[in-house]
Design a protein around this ligand. Structure first.
Ligand SMILES: Oc1ccc2c(c1)N[C@H](O)CC2
Length: 117
């Protein structure tokens, strides 16, 4: 049959999960490197190396302006934050370790949230 639009309760659930997850990411002790966009004018190499910059404040703006179709699109942007971090930072550095910690936290939390449903 014709592809039916997702029932609104699924969209509501996804939106609630994005709000919960983003709030927890923003409040995390190791969130500081990821809260705001990297200043590509002052960080040598960043503009050339990182093709798609992303940060939690940009994700917050996108979430608040209905730019995420679903939970999957939100997770893609969060993972982009951590992938950019791995690309630009040594694993054995303050920011590198923060990125690995945050990714582990995020993976565990969205898995827990989805299991709860
Ligand atoms: O030493 C530095 C100085 C600036 C930054 C980083 C490391 N890593 C961030 O990913 C991007 C900004």
């Amino acid at each position: 049959c014709a592809k039916m639009p997702k029932p609104s309760q699924d969209n509501d659930r996804d939106l609630t999960f994005c709000r919960i997850l983003l709030a927890e990411l923003e409040d995390h002790h190791d969130a500081w490197p990821f809260l705001n966009p990297v200043n590509i004018k002052t960080v040598p190499g960043y503009r050339k190396v990182i093709k798609k910059p992303m940060d939690f404040s940009t994700i917050r703006e996108k979430l608040c302006s209905c730019q995420y179709q679903n939970l999957e699109m939100f997770i893609i942007d969060v993972n982009l934050v951590f992938d950019n971090c791995e690309k630009f930072n040594e694993d054995n550095s303050e920011i590198g370790r923060a990125g690995h910690n945050m990714r582990k936290f995020f993976e565990r939390r969205w898995t827990e949230l989805l299991k709860s449903n």
